[in-house]
Design a protein around this ligand. Structure first.
Ligand SMILES: [Zn+2]
Length: 206
């Protein structure tokens, strides 16, 4: 194994192989398979942005790819599940955050759920006091998850993003760092999506 595995340099060498087809149990666009010329035997997988990147040797057969990729994806998911906060813990954590930073909010969420959301980090429905958190945050640092939980928890009382909301959110000590993390995450996701967009552009010109 080399240090190149997670480097951006590698992106110059890859050929996406799963553009039109979707493997069982895998939603479209979630998995990127990289055929690496540097790689002779080993197959590796890692999380990058909202996607799982699987790096396989350039010469691996299609049949082997179909067999191995879901296995690697399952492995990554199992690791993540083991490291993920339970939904009960999320609910408890929201109570702690509100007590500490916004004691005037006395309502508590009726439910907190992980949800596959690409466009948003979280959402809160005031009527039934339900909160959903994007599963892209499953591997995020604690302060980032706390920040998003706190944001949604404030919505239990304040529905808009007006001055009152902003003032309350600003009580979170690492607001700037958390915002920077989320912005960086989105930038990385977009950067990773670029090669395919580029490919479409090139096909159009052909
Ligand atoms: Zn909001």
């Amino acid at each position: 194994m080399t240090d190149y595995e997670n480097s951006h340099e590698q992106l110059n060498h890859f050929e996406p192989t799963l553009e039109e087809e979707t493997l069982p149990g895998i939603s479209e666009g979630e998995i990127i398979v990289i055929r690496s010329t540097r790689r002779k035997k080993n197959i590796s997988a890692y999380r990058q942005g909202g996607r799982i990147v699987v790096s396989i040797p350039a010469r691996m057969s299609k049949a082997d790819e179909r067999a191995m990729v879901p296995e690697m994806v399952a492995k990554i998911r199992a690791q993540e599940a083991a490291a993920t906060m339970s939904e009960e813990s999320l609910q408890t954590r929201i109570g702690e955050l509100l007590s500490e930073f916004a004691p005037e909010i006395t309502s508590r969420p009726a439910s907190v759920n992980w949800r596959a959301m690409r466009e948003r980090w979280g959402s809160c429905t005031g009527i039934d006091r339900s909160i959903r958190i994007s599963d892209r945050l499953k591997g995020a640092p604690d302060y980032v998850l706390d920040y998003v939980l706190f944001h949604e928890a404030i919505h239990l009382d304040i529905f808009d993003h007006g001055p009152e909301f902003k003032a309350m959110l600003a009580r979170f000590p690492q607001e700037d760092q958390a915002e920077a993390y989320l912005a960086g995450y989105e930038a990385a996701e977009n950067a990773l999506a670029a090669p395919e967009a580029l490919k479409k552009l090139l096909n159009k010109g052909a």
